[in-house]
Design a protein around this ligand. Structure first.
Ligand code: UDP
Length: 148
């Protein structure tokens, strides 16, 4: 019959970014607390200032969309915390912790639902990024942490 859940080893790594709004609003500790409470391992945690080059690679799939330039400008507006997590199915698991892209619509209990809101800007300032697939995770970890 239909599988309701997956079993078996699927240790993954995922790239998480705590965006400049999370750093400015003092939510870094709260978000890392939630990651640790979930039981994922922190492989790398670094306060960084993004560069246009890194962001062009990171957000290549969004180039040309109306929110692209506001997104890049936002990501350059202050430091970010770049994180690599490890754990079983942590790619899906972190996205579940993060909640929906639009923080107004994101479910309560999620990072974006509990801590985020719409600020009437051209970009959703939604606190976190998490890779959306194993392929994206590998690509993004390579961009932010080439030594890993
Ligand atoms: N974004 C936005 N408006 C949109 C779609 C996306 O401002 O209509 C921003 C938002 O910050 C989002 C990021 O672009 O987190 C990347 O978009 P994606 O669709 O990959 O969302 P995510 O995977 O981060 O939920």
């Amino acid at each position: 019959g239909r599988r309701l859940y997956k079993v078996g080893a699927m240790t993954q790594r995922t790239l998480v970014l705590l965006k400049p709004d999370a750093v400015k609003r003092g939510q870094v500790g709260e978000i890392i607390r939630r990651i640790e409470a979930k039981g994922y391992a922190l492989v790398a945690v670094e306060l960084r200032t993004a560069t246009p080059e890194v962001l062009a690679e990171h957000y290549a799939e969004h180039e040309g969309k109306p929110f692209y330039q506001p997104l890049v400008d936002f990501m350059l507006s202050g430091p970010v915390v770049a994180i690599v997590l490890e754990g079983e199915r942590c790619i899906e698991g972190f996205r579940s912790l993060a909640g929906a892209t639009d923080p107004t619509a994101a479910a309560p209990g999620t990072v974006r639902g509990d801590l985020g809101r719409d600020w009437g800007l051209k970009v959703q300032q939604n606190l976190v990024h998490g890779s959306d697939s194993p392929e994206s995770a590998e690509r993004e970890i390579g961009i932010w942490f080439p030594a890993l």
